[in-house]
Design a binder for this molecule. Sequence first.
Ligand code: UT7
Length: 326
Amino acid sequence: MRTRIIGTGRAVPDTVLTNADFERMVDTSDEWITTRTGIKERRIANGEQALSDFAIPAAEQALEMAGVDGSDVDLVICATVTADTVFPATSTQIQHAIGAGTAAAFDISAACTGFIYGLGIADSMIRGGTATTAVVVGGEVLSKITDYTERATAVLFGDGAGAAVLRASPEEDHGLLSVALHSDGSLGKLIYRPGGGSRHPINSADSDHSLTYLRMRGNETFKIAVRSLAEVSDEVLTACGIGHSEVRWFIPHQANRRIIDAVGQRLEIPDGHTYINVDRYGNTSAASIPIALDELNRDGKIARGDIVLVSAFGSGLTWGAGVMRW
Ligand code: UT7
């Protein structure tokens, strides 16, 4: 028995922030952003919008594609670091909105790797018999924790959510074939948000508001990202005996075009088989892989039998990958 993705969905804000907009906000240029990151524009939530405003429609779309009623869902996982509230979990809002009875629901915090952690957990629960039908959402509203006066991070991030419906399938050779998940907390301060948790609670007049912004040491992160993404992708392919040349779609975390190209080259993924949308969305953290997956799937570009490789890297540090035969 294998776990299969039987539906996907996505939702992003309407507002587009272009590189030209950033040229008016901070000391940067379209040329710098494009050559260093590959990003041209990103979607940004408005003042009232929160994660569930994107996570719920993404989940609903995925259910519709799957032809599954919300009442049949018994597991809802939401991967995010920008939940609507610190608690309760945004997954419970999704559970309620889709009418998922009293399904188990929890959020997971694995930053950009969150959706792959969600896939791995859902796969284990389905195959272990604790769930039958799962909705896994990866979503972020990183604009709410981005300092728009700080050019090194401001230009990188975007908002949105993607979702997948997972269900057990009796076919041994189709579905999720292998998942690998890793972390290294010694590198936790390469990408982090210092404030808003119990270390630096933001609840008094003398709180340092700047602590609530995301911080990243980009250059150091870059090198580790390339190495980790290549290694973990190789790990999952080796685990199920699939050659790199057999990969029909490689969907890496969309953080930076240069990282994606470097990893694709190391893995020797055939030309045209790596999916890239970082130019249109920027880095949407946990949302990046499910948004990309839905774009491919909804456009009919993934055929039954195709090998799909997903891999991600992010704060924690965390990294992971999954390989499936569609
Ligand atoms: O999603 C989680 C994982 N995250 C990642 O994987 C991100 C990995 N890192 C990256 O993508 C890249 O490191 C960045 C895109 C963040 C930065 O690119 P870089 O080539 O590593 O640039 P850098 O940080 O080494 O900065 C080079 C120069 C610096 O100026 P000096 O010191 O050489 O004078 C920066 O101050 O570029 C400057 N700079 C900018 N210039 C114009 C930094 N940000 C900007 C900007 N516009 N927005």
